[in-house]
Structures are given as structure tokens and as C-alpha cells.
Write a protein that binds this ligand. Sequence first.
Ligand code: UD1
Length: 452
Amino acid sequence: MKNKSYLKSENLKIFGQGKLNGIVEISGAKNSALVLLAASLLTNERIILENVPRLTDIEKMCNILQNLGVNLKNKNNKFEIDSKNIAIKELPYELVNGLRASFFCIGALLSKFGEAKVPLPGGCNIGSRPIDEHINGLKALGAKINIEDGIVKAKIKRNKDKLRGTHIKLKCPSVGATETLIMAASLAEGRTTIENAAREPEIQDLCQMLNKMGAKIYDSGKEKIIIDGVNKLGGCIHKVIPDRIEAGTFLIAAAATSSSITISPVIPSHLESVTNKLQESGSKIIVKGNSITINPKKLNAVNIKTAPFPGFPTDLQAPFTALMTIANGESIITETIFENRMNHIHLLNKMGANIKLNKNEAYIKGVKKIKGMDLVASDLRSSAALIIAGIIARGSSKIYGLEHLDRGYENFESKLKLLGIKVTREFNKKVFTEREYKIDQDTEEIQKCKAA
Ligand code: UD1
């Protein structure tokens, strides 16, 4: 509790009207690395994961694996994972709390050990985030599942039996459910087909790693994935794909400041929906191998509607909204994936943006300028949006709530500094208790409009 409160008193001080210039190195994808770590539970052999980003979400996942008995070593971004001595199949609530991806371990634990106990997941507070698709799919594969006191208890019906391949049709193309079910099905008996599967690049990354481990997964990246179960999976070396959300955030920051930058390494096809929108709004995009250069010419308003991949990613909706606050004209941003992901809107309005929110639709009239302020972000992607707004704004801003930023952006401020942005992380020596922090939020010093 003390630690958590202390972290909350940190802030990023940003001097506004910044310009970016140069090349920025994109880290490994958080959402890939998290699920690949979970997938390493499926084998008794050593997995070497390269390009793992150093983030607090990753640290949490590593703690969870270690608690299960996994031997984990790392040197910088290279992780060595040895799951042969797993002793327990139960994830403790204290470690799982706040990390939704921890729930994805259920499929791997269940198919390898025949049982798993996993607390209901947390994560960013951006909607109700049910897990019915995970549960229904696991049940269809032959698991018996009870939810008692917030713990999901899963067991293969007949003792020492295996999960059995089946046909699963997801109601919605959930990323997490697709991943859980792929992991569960890879050691099941027979063939599993997942229809209406999510097609996100992180799922393709998972399937590529599992196939290196000896799995038989076909058509990942398509709406219907086929998995032929195998008896066991082996070790492998795998490099995590570049983080398309981090990459998109930097492109948006460049467009917002009329700056030319190059991002690398990236897989340009993973970013097409984003680069198309940036082009439509007036930026020149140059793709060369594994790099993208953006050269903004003007900034016109464009409409965005988030959608599952290959559509516009919900994780870039907040940063793109920050960009549209200063675009020429009017834009409509529609969030279709999560029901509570518009928490940045009233904060942007406080900075001088002109946005009207109707449920999950934001109507933005571009303004000439916004002003720097002290604000508290309360989810991962809204923190990136506020930082972009701080960079655009006149005057300086302090952005609090960095525990969210640190979940998903590796060395964000160092990368911004290298690109020429004046930004510093300030450490407030005062240690707030949770209660004091809340009271302090109401003082004049910080305009705390904590997103839910
Ligand atoms: C993952 C990503 C997150 C991203 C999201 C959508 C990770 C760790 N996180 O989250 O960054 O924003 O994909 O691209 O990879 N749903 C159900 N029932 C379920 C599961 C999901 O109704 O059982 C709904 C959710 O409420 C949501 C939608 O499906 O409205 C998409 O959620 P999902 O794709 O599952 O997101 P996550 O896997 O949690």
C-alpha cells in the first residue's frame, strides 16, 4: 500500500509546444510478451524469449510464474523460462490483482495439469470485461468450471484425462479468450476449431511460438483457427514482435506536433489502420522495410471507429483523440470495444479541447491551442493521451498516475527525451497514504479528474 501510494505521487513534468525529431526504437509488444510468458507453462523444456519489454505488467506476470514454481532468469530483455518444476496450479489473488492477462494462464495450466484455480481478473478499468467466452470455450473443451468466492476453479472432468478438441464459436472475437483457448487446445486430444477468433498480431505471435514448440496450429490471423492437439510441447527461442501500440503512440505524437520522426523496428502491416488514418488526416507516411517515417504536412479532422484487428485499435483511441483536439475541422471518435474507455475526454476538455461526449461517441471540434495542466491519468492508454496533450499544450503540465503508464510503455520519457521533448519524472518525497492522496486530489494544486 505504501509503495503504491508513493508511486502515485510521481509525475511527468512536460514542457509544452514540443517538437520531436529523430529515430525512436520500438520495444517488444506488451500484450504478446504477457501471453507468451503464460504459454511457457505448457512445456517442461526451456523457453528463451527475446525482446521482452521491461514493464510493471511483465514484472507482475513473472512474479505469478515464479510463485507457481517456474524458474525464471533474465538479462535485460532476454528471459529464460523453465517450467518443469511447477508445484502449484493456483494463482494467488494478491499477485493477480490488476493484471488481466494473468487470467490467460488458466488455459495452459488446465491443459497441462488437468486443473487450475485462477482469481477473476483485473486490469485497466475500462469496462466490465467479462470472461464468459474463456469459460464457455473451456467448458466446451471438457472442463468442469465453478466460480467460488471470486476464484475460477477449472478441472478436466475425468481424472487424468485430457481436454477434448471441439468446435467453438466465439460470440465476440475476444483476444484473451482466443489466446486462452488456443493454449488449452494445443495439448487437447483431437482437433479444435475456433470460429470468430480474434486476428490480432499478438495472437499470431502466440501461434508462431507454440508451433515452434511443436504445436499444430493452422490459420492463425484468420477468423477460423484450427488446432490439432499434440501430446507434449518442447522448448524454443522466440523473439517478441514489436509493440504496434507503442509505435502508433509515437506516430500520433509526431502528427500532433507536426514533427518528422522514424520508428523502428515495426511490422508495418500491423499498423495499417493507424497509418491510413494519419495519411487521411494529412501526414505523409513512408514505409521502408521494418521502419516507418512520418512527415506531417497538415492536420485535418478524421473520424475513427475502433474495431478488432485489422480495424483501428481501441488501445490507440485515446492518443488519437488527443491528436484530433487540435485538428482542422470536426471529427467523431467512436469506441466500440470497451464501454468505459472515454475517461480522457473531460480531462482534454479541461485543457481547452472542445469535445462533446455522447455515450461512446466523442464529437470533437478542433481548437487552435490547448493549455498545459496538472492531471491524473487513471488508465494505461489515457495516460499516453494526456502526455501527448501535454506535449502539444501551451505551458507546462504534470501528469500523475504514472503507475498506469509504466504498465505498458517501456522507457517512455527517455524515448521522448531522445526525440527532443523536455520531460522529467518528478518524485514527490512526500509519501501519501491512499486516503491522503484522494484528499490531496481535491486541492487546487492539481486538477485531479481521475478517470474511472
Ligand atoms: C486485449 C488486450 C487489450 C486490448 C484488447 C482489445 C491484452 C493483455 N490486452 O484485452 O490491450 O485493448 O485486447 O484489443 O492482450 N469480452 C466478452 N467476454 C469475454 C471476453 C471479452 O464479452 O469472455 C468482450 C470485452 O468485454 C470487450 C471485448 O470482448 O468488450 C474485447 O475484449 P478482449 O478482446 O477479450 O480484450 P482483452 O483480451 O481483455
